[in-house]
Write a protein that binds this ligand. Structure first.
Ligand SMILES: [Zn+2]
Length: 449
């Protein structure tokens, strides 16, 4: 008997003795997934809301379950976090562990589990168990195990959704600019050239742009590793480390997940071609792809996203699912904690005290900025160290530089740093037109017409 079998058996025993009140050892098709979400929403009305952000090609809802003590809206100062799974319809472990996670959150919150109560009080958590429900149904209908390696991967119109996002990488490579590229009409036009944006992609892109997400993970299968930006190499090489300006924090984010999962922590990969270290890899160093969701998050919005490969087998038998819950349960929570680290705060108009949205929070030495949200709140994930930070907002003078010491990440350890901004005396040059600040949807629509 090999070591992996021993691990599976011992974990299954551990799972049997755990006190979960929901079944862990079954797959959920679209109807069952919908039912679990509705039941959980009804059971935990006080901390959940269930919404569909759009529909798949075949008309299935793209469900998102939100957990928060204010689940229906953004609370100023509270970070927004998301998990997305099953973007490739035949990669199902992420889908099932998120179905477990929603039930676990609901049950444990009502039991008064302090860890979960604190988490749901301090972070707004969005959970999308399936971004590709059509692909899932196709894969699930195949009889027996192991299932075909590729059937059901793509959406119903035969598009790989993780190659279907506007490809801003090429623009970032050329210009060195990595900041909110989706707000530039010419860039969007270039980034969507040759890509037929699918309804699932458009719904998720719009969702990413419409909520001030801080942190995210995209759950896949077929290997065991945490993969971080960039996913696409600038020189066109298939395997070439392409770090982004936030490489240091992305390594930390990936390690936070990997270290929480005993199988991933030591993973060198499922394939002989893999060369992972401590269960993490740069995306382009593994293999370069264009049009991925992870890089879209970084280049189009404030959100930092990594991609988690959760299992060597993409569609494992139902009896093995409890092991994956056991392996990922703590890692999923540890990873959410990362959204509560770094530096955060509010930007105010010095004279009126009004919040200042859309202001750039600039960290000296890192060529990537985050922008304040509608309530003037911002979050900036950073590894431990000393930083010089200032803020630039349209119509205001460049702020003073403030220095801040960021400690090692522990839950809720973000340092608070607020700025009061003085209005500039200079007469405003013509205010940026809506053209350059349009949301992605309207830009895409106008281009595709
Ligand atoms: Zn995948």
């Amino acid at each position: 008997m090999n070591i992996w079998c021993l691990i599976v058996i011992s974990l299954l025993k551990a799972v049997e003795s755990s006190d979960t009140t929901f079944p862990l050892n079954r797959h959920h098709d679209y109807e069952e997934l919908t039912q679990v979400l509705r039941t959980t929403n009804a059971k935990c009305k006080d901390i959940t809301s269930l919404t569909s952000i759009g529909r798949s090609v075949e008309g299935r809802e793209l469900w998102v379950m939100v957990f928060s003590i204010n689940s229906t809206h953004h609370t100023p100062g509270v970070p927004e976090f998301k998990y997305v799974a099953n973007m490739h319809g035949n990669e199902v472990v992420g889908r099932e562990v998120l179905i477990d996670l929603v039930q676990y959150f609901c049950d444990e919150y009502h039991k008064g589990n302090k860890t979960i109560v604190d988490l749901i009080t301090n972070v707004r958590i969005h959970i999308m168990p399936s971004m590709n429900p059509d692909g899932y149904e196709k894969a699930a209908k195949l009889p027996g195990y192991p299932k075909d390696y590729v059937r059901g991967r793509k959406n119903a119109a035969n598009y790989d959704l993780n190659r279907n996002f506007p490809d801003f990488d090429k623009i970032a490579c050329r210009t060195g600019d990595s900041n909110r590229l989706a707000y530039n009409r010419a860039y969007v036009s270039e980034a969507v050239r040759g890509i037929k944006i699918q309804p699932e992609t458009e719904a998720v892109a719009e969702w990413i742009m419409s909520i001030p997400f801080v942190l995210s993970a995209n759950l896949h299968g077929g290997d065991v590793v945490a993969n971080y930006p960039f996913d696409e190499s600038c020189d066109g090489e298939l395997r070439h480390y392409q770090g982004c300006p936030d490489d240091a924090i992305f390594r930390q984010l990936s390690s936070a997940y990997s270290n929480g999962n005993s199988q991933m922590a030591g993973s060198t990969g499922c394939s002989q071609d893999d060369d992972f270290h401590d269960g993490t890899t740069n995306g382009a160093a593994w293999y370069s792809i264009g049009g991925g969701m992870q890089d879209f998050n970084y280049l189009a919005s404030n959100c930092f996203e990594i991609t988690i490969e959760m299992s060597c087998v993409k569609f494992p038998p139902a009896y093995s699912l409890p092991v994956f819950w056991q392996l990922n349960q703590n890692a999923m929570i540890d990873y959410i904690y990362q959204s509560t680290c770094g530096v955060k705060g509010f930007l105010y108009d010095a004279a009126s005290g009004a919040p200042v949205p859309d202001a750039a929070v600039i960290v000296e030495g890192i060529h990537h900025v985050v922008y304040s949200a509608a309530d003037g709140d911002y979050w900036r994930l950073l590894v431990a160290g000393n930083y010089a930070i200032r803020v630039q907002a349209q119509g205001y003078e460049l702020s003073e530089i403030k220095t801040v010491q960021i400690p090692e990440c522990r839950p809720y350890s973000a340092v608070e740093l607020n700025f009061n901004l003085k209005k500039t005396n200079r007469r405003e040059t013509a205010k940026e037109t809506d053209d350059t600040l349009q949301r992605l949807r309207s830009v895409l629509l106008s281009i595709q017409q």
